[in-house]
Design a protein around this ligand. Structure first.
Ligand code: HEC
Ligand code: HEC
Ligand code: HEC
Ligand code: HEC
Ligand code: HEC
Length: 252
């Protein structure tokens, strides 16, 4: 009994004061470039400039589920086998309702450079107008996308043809207690995620489907792009926003 009490006191004394500056976070691009990608798996090898892709432009109209589940884009740049042929055949960017030449510009000669322009900042001129219309956040695009969605300031389509199963509604908010002492817990709200994602986007590849059973679930790994870091480093609000996940931690 005495021993555990002593150990407890020791831990309290040694426990670091966890705050914003505790981890080395990767540098952030300017808000209008957060979530913008240059796709160049094969473009330059085939004499074309890399393709620009902007998440903030696209996510106003479609949820992540549409592209990362229905259209089978991977959540890692340059890993999906997108070609001019697949696009022209109605897959990937060329899916019906997308860059099919009817809904929005397609894959004909005058349009090549709208995508193949090698410019990560392309679309920049539209950003001020979009961000002025939507609620503010501290980091990333500096847009509170969850709020924008809840207030129906944007109404992104959740499917093209493949509706999510109606009976799959899981809205539990999980409290994920850290393994370290004195660290305010992180919360994971299912509700805010299934507005954007399919269960399959996370289960079982990224997370086990039982609370606190995912192995090596810790900040060091998250900051390397695993677990929450699959999305919360590059597209969803970044890891800098400690408070959004750990309401008890001080953010910058
Ligand atoms: C809506 C966006 C978009 C438009 C418009 C577009 N492409 Fe692409 N294209 C892509 C994407 C995305 C890739 C995959 C890039 C990569 O992985 O490097 C790609 C890949 C390619 C590739 C390399 C792979 C392959 O098929 O050999 C070529 C060549 C290409 N496109 C040519 C064209 C030409 C020519 C045009 C105009 C006639 C065009 N593209 C229009 C998005 C587009
Ligand atoms: C209109 C289609 C589209 C939508 C909507 C979309 N994405 Fe993407 N996303 C892509 C494409 C295309 C890539 C690049 C894939 C490749 O190069 O293999 C990508 C890549 C990513 C990556 C990898 C980034 C990197 O640096 O490697 C992440 C993470 C990601 N998306 C998350 C999301 C999240 C979260 C949402 C919803 C908020 C979302 N995406 C919405 C098309 C989309
Ligand atoms: C953005 C990622 C993400 C999405 C999307 C997601 N989940 Fe989860 N889910 C999690 C995480 C994280 C955990 C906790 C894992 C852990 O602690 O090891 C979890 C845990 C669970 C659990 C276990 C809860 C408990 O108390 O043990 C169930 C059941 C579950 N999810 C069902 C679903 C269903 C059904 C969907 C789709 C409607 C879904 N999840 C979508 C991330 C996600
Ligand atoms: C597959 C992508 C993905 C993964 C993995 C993921 N998230 Fe998210 N998360 C999102 C998206 C998209 C949003 C919407 C807000 C945004 O884009 O900034 C979001 C929003 C949130 C919100 C804000 C909810 C609100 O209503 O304001 C919290 C909190 C959150 N995530 C915590 C987590 C935690 C904790 C984990 C890991 C256990 C995690 N997320 C894993 C994509 C993801
Ligand atoms: C996207 C959500 C998210 C954000 C943002 C976030 N964390 Fe975490 N954090 C987590 C999750 C999830 C865990 C692990 C919980 C568990 O063990 O199940 C965690 C764990 C921790 C731990 C415990 C040690 C460890 O590595 O597991 C510390 C300390 C911590 N976070 C500090 C921070 C600080 C400081 C920030 C801001 C710079 C921050 N976190 C931002 C989700 C987040």
């Amino acid at each position: 009994m005495k021993k555990t009490l002593l150990l407890g006191c020791l831990l309290l004394v040694l426990a670091p004061v966890v705050s914003y500056g505790f981890f080395n976070l990767p540098p952030l691009p300017p808000p209008e470039e957060y979530g913008n990608l240059l796709i160049n798996r094969t473009s330059e090898k085939n004499g074309m400039k890399p393709v620009t892709f902007s998440h903030w432009i696209h996510r106003q109209e479609h949820t992540c589920r549409v592209c990362h589940f229905e259209l089978e884009f991977n959540m890692k740049v340059n890993t999906t086998e997108i070609t001019e042929k697949t696009n022209k055949a109605g897959l990937h960017c060329g899916a019906p309702g997308c860059h099919d030449g009817k809904t929005v510009f397609g894959h004909e000669k005058p349009h090549c450079e709208k995508c193949h322009n090698g410019n990560r900042a392309s679309g920049k001129e539209k950003f001020a107008e979009v961000s002025a219309r939507l609620p503010r956040a501290g980091f990333g695009n500096k847009i509170d996308w969850a709020k924008a969605r809840n207030k129906r300031l944007i109404i992104p389509a959740h499917y093209l043809t493949l509706k999510p199963a109606r009976d799959v509604k899981f809205t539990n908010k999980l409290m994920l207690e850290a393994e370290w002492p004195n660290v305010p817990p992180a919360y994971f709200p299912h509700k805010s995620h299934i507005q954007w994602l399919d269960c399959n986007n996370c289960h079982p590849d990224i997370f086990n489907i039982k609370k606190k059973t995912t192995k090596h679930f810790e900040m060091a790994r998250i900051l390397k792009g695993e677990f929450c870091g699959v999305c919360h480093l590059s597209v969803a609000f970044p890891m800098d926003d400690c408070k959004a996940c750990h309401p008890g931690i001080k953010s910058k």
